[in-house]
Design a protein around this ligand. Structure first.
Ligand code: PEP
Length: 255
């Protein structure tokens, strides 16, 4: 049985005071979770340790970093390694968010290295993939996403890939208010699972959670979570609003 996950991505938003209030509100409002369900808060580096300690006593809550460096250590001022995250007990890390691919020039090869750094440090990577609008308009999205998986994720062995979570985030739906329809999301999630199956076999492909990301909100969560291959969501804007994210977590827990 794969886990159902509601992952928040705060990006570069919120002061610590605002973030603290948001976490307190979520902890007070979200339902108690079974083993099968999880909330992951991807917060800015300076907040990781404190959000970890705030959520420690609440079952089902985990914390993620939004990035790590692709090398283990060295003279890279301003960067944070997977080993550093592991040393403060961070269990998850986003890898390959489309904003980092676009603004920081992260290539599939660099992302393959980041995945390896995460696994070496027992951090579960949340590997983000997804096509730009021009590729969707040409009907090439399946090939594009398969290539992202092949050139990055497939660096992991069968033993390692079981630690990963995948987030399918069509770039044209991120922060635009334009969600993929549940049919488009289901079709791509099934495609991703089939690509995984060819490389890793049916059992592993069936175990890896695949989250949908792109303008997920309280109003569309139920429909997306009803899709058989959608195992949850990676949520940007709506994760900054306690009532919205709580409703998304509620929808997940009902699914
Ligand atoms: C994201 O950035 O991962 C994301 C899905 O953002 P939004 O929910 O705002 O579209």
């Amino acid at each position: 049985m794969r886990k159902k996950i509601a992952a928040a991505n705060w990006k570069m938003n919120l002061t610590w005071q605002q973030g603290n209030e948001l976490v307190q509100s979520l902890l007070g409002a979200t339902p108690s979770m079974q083993d099968t369900h999880q909330v992951i808060l991807s917060v800015p580096f300076p907040y990781l340790a404190s959000v970890s300690s705030m959520t420690k006593g609440t079952s089902g809550y985990q914390v993620a970093a939004q990035n790590c460096h692709h090398l283990a250590a060295g003279a890279y001022t301003g960067e944070v390694s997977a080993g550093m995250l592991a040393s403060i007990g961070i269990p998850y890390c986003l890898v390959g968010h489309s904003e980092r691919r676009e603004y920081n020039g992260e290539t599939n090869a660099v992302l393959a290295d980041k995945l390896v750094r995460c696994i070496e440090n027992s951090i579960r990577p949340i590997f983000c993939c997804g096509e730009p609008l021009a590729i969707r308009d040409q009907g090439q999205q399946n090939e594009y996403v398969a290539r992202q998986l092949q050139e990055s994720l497939f660096v992991l062995s069968a033993e390692q890939v079981g630690q990963a979570v995948i987030a399918y985030e069509p770039i044209w739906a991120i922060g635009t208010g334009r969600t993929a329809s549940s049919e488009q999301a289901q079709a791509m999630h099934l495609h991703i699972r089939q690509v995984l199956e060819v490389h890793y076999g049916q059992q592993l492909a069936g175990q890896i959670p695949i989250l949908y990301g792109g303008s997920v909100k309280a109003s569309n969560a139920d429909e997306l979570f009803a899709c058989p291959d959608v195992d949850g969501a990676l949520v940007g804007g709506a994760s900054l609003v306690a009532s919205e994210f709580t409703a998304i977590v509620n929808a997940l827990c009902k699914s």
